[in-house]
Design a protein around this ligand. Sequence first.
Ligand SMILES: O=C(O)c1ccc[n+]([C@@H]2O[C@H](COP(=O)([O-])O)[C@@H](O)[C@H]2O)c1
Ligand SMILES: Cc1cc2nc[nH]c2cc1C
Length: 341
Amino acid sequence: MKPIDTISMELAQQRQNSLTKPPGSLGQLEAIAIQLAACQGTSCPQIKQPWISVFAADHGITEEGVSAFPAVVTQEMVKNFSAGGAAITVISKQEKAYFEVVDVGVFNDVSPLPNLVSERVAPGSFNFAQQPAMNQTMLAQAMQVGKNAVARALSKGADLFIAGEMGIGNTSSAAVIISQLCQLPLANLVGRGTGVNDEQLLHKYKVLKAALNLHQADMQTPEDVLRCIGGLEIAALTGAYLECAREGLPMVVDGVIACAAALLAYEMQPAVKPWMLFGHQSIEPAQQAVFKHIDVTPILDLEMRLGEGSGAAMALPIIRLACALHANMATFEEAQVSDAH
Ligand SMILES: O=C(O)c1ccc[n+]([C@@H]2O[C@H](COP(=O)([O-])O)[C@@H](O)[C@H]2O)c1
Ligand SMILES: Cc1cc2nc[nH]c2cc1C
């Protein structure tokens, strides 16, 4: 992992303290500017070109009836991303971010389509209620798909990376991964995902609890957890996050599924943390366990639960404003404002 620049970080902290405001009064906006200064190796960071890759894959666990929506929605939404009709594509146009959707393994191949990168590892992951979600080869290939996206982002000059995901059933994987890695009871972490009712939620919990028990003995390392519980897009996100930190590209993490991948990357390489911003707090309960475990604060809380990278992308204007304030506010000296006693 690339080390952050602690000198730029210190200079940015000093600059924040010299600006015409009581120190700390811009709250988390100050922390965002200081963190990006440390990542970019400059006392005045800037986001000129954000990049968004949405990783899509299907999940064998959908056979168990754990989602409110049918699995076919994953591939239908891939077409919608390609056509520009999804929430994340609207945000990315508005924010002038590069956008691509990456097929890591939806059930049916929908390529070729505009803005679609086809890097299919398998037609979906296996049903982890019955067997490991992936074998070693699938795991390695799916993580490489994420790394490839970071390479494309860097080749286009991107300075901020957002990974989104699309996969009906993936809140099931996220809840189990987070339960296992945080060593917290699954019962408090299973959420409604796309919107299951009370009865379906209880069924989802029972299926996932049995699956957790099935794989428990085989999950010794974070790699084991990822292979056993999946899915392909979560592996791609994990690979992308590790690669961002290796290359020194700051990233904004999205909702509960992205946070499961961020947690996996953190457990594999804790030095990824200073490269990560957390865009928003989702409704899904498991995400807060990740924030607590890694000890981070999300930027926004808009009660979103969409995924696609949408909550991370919504934080872009705030991140850009944090940089603009940092760069353009006057200092006490410049504005001849009296400093604290
Ligand atoms: O990002 C989140 O926190 C989030 C919360 C709930 C649902 N989602 C999205 O909804 C899908 C998974 O929901 P489910 O119910 O099918 O497991 C998947 O495509 C995610 O992008 C995403
Ligand atoms: C329509 C729809 C859009 C989504 N985007 C991310 N997850 C989703 C799930 C559904 C059901």
